[in-house]
Design a binder for this molecule. Sequence first.
Ligand code: NAD
Length: 427
Amino acid sequence: MATAVKSDIKLEPSPNPFEVAQQQLDEAAELLELDSAIHHLLRWPMRELHVTLPVRMDDGSTKIYHGFRVQYNDARGPTKGGIRFHPDETIDTVRALAAWMTWKTAVVDIPLGGAKGGVICNPKELSDGELERLSRAYIRQVGRILGLKKDIPAPDVYTTPQIMAWMADEYAFMKGHNEFGVITGKPLALGGSAGRGDATARGGLYCLREAGKLLDIKLDGATTAIQGYGNAGSFAHKLGVELLGLTVVAVSDSRGGIYNKGGLEYDAVFAHKQKTGSVVEFPGSEPITNEALLELDVTISIPAALESVITERNANKISAKFLVELANGPTTPEADKILYEAGCYVIPDFLCNAGGVTVSYFEMVQNSYNYYWTEQLVHERLDEKMTSAFHVVHDTAQEHKVHNRLAAYLVAVSKVAEAVKLRGWVS
Ligand code: NAD
């Protein structure tokens, strides 16, 4: 007998991240006096695919999942962007992330467009076998619109190098041969790039290093709070200490946060998270909520989890001198204005976290050559890209007397608009 099925497609979150992304673009379009057809085109994804995925569960039942792939704009090259597995995933979150990928590849000037993918699921509740079957099912559906010259996925929240390996393998079966360059963020043994693992955090810290020099603020010993302790957040802790000498006093994950005013030691916190699944209850620390962590009196605040955590409700409680946005979309437009007026130096998301896609691009290049670079060379080339993009954005902000996010939009949107025009899409 058929049973009633409750829809697991989520309603849009508030604030809606895609509306936020469109609002940010609108502001830049006005300043740039962008042609209205180009503006209209850039407000929307060029293509999107919605997929329904039947997955065999360990208990023999079949569960139906829903997923998306949004190819936002490919005027500057094949689209590129990660795949997120999250219970709260929505089409508008994926659209926003795909838009930000478009601006991200443009701001660091790599010859790619922007895309994003997602599956509504809770990977924490899945066994390895279920996760593998879900990952393969996603690629079987979405693989038809992927390709080295079309669209190249990568990891994002709750997807890992192992998941990329399963996806690359499934894609190889679909094509009849290996095409390693089609999925980046793979393990080293399957054509991954040296330096991809920590690239997102490393790129953001290169920007912070430059910002520290410009503002003449000493970073050695500067107190730091990090929200999110996955790829971006945990490497920000490790490299923040190693490269810049930061003192990380608070970190958090989805279960809560920990605080120690004397500083948290990376190796010990990371080992605790590996062992228990969370940073909470780390010996010698005090508990702190994710909300309170952002409001701590620290020099550097690093949101490295999800969108819309800094809004008009808490922006005036943020006292950090630097907001290093490793997460995508952590700050709403209303909060941006408050932070700018308060003198907080924001390194905006699609500049700050562009290290990940930059090294993913290096991975594609190495896969095409079938010849691999040393980690040292990857770091040098990443530093060159991030440092140059950071200064272009900073100088643009000074020139136009606008905040850094708007400046990053001015740089990125001009490049995409130029490509759209040169191709003759809009006369
Ligand atoms: P991840 O899955 O490795 O880690 C996510 C972390 O966030 C986990 O520690 C999780 O516990 C925590 N988290 C989840 N919900 C939370 C909540 N409500 N409050 C606090 N913490 C929470 O993901 P990641 O790859 O580190 O991605 C984090 C952010 O960085 C995302 O915004 C992502 O889009 C962005 N980003 C990642 C990359 C990359 O290369 N991985 C590149 C660019 C941007």
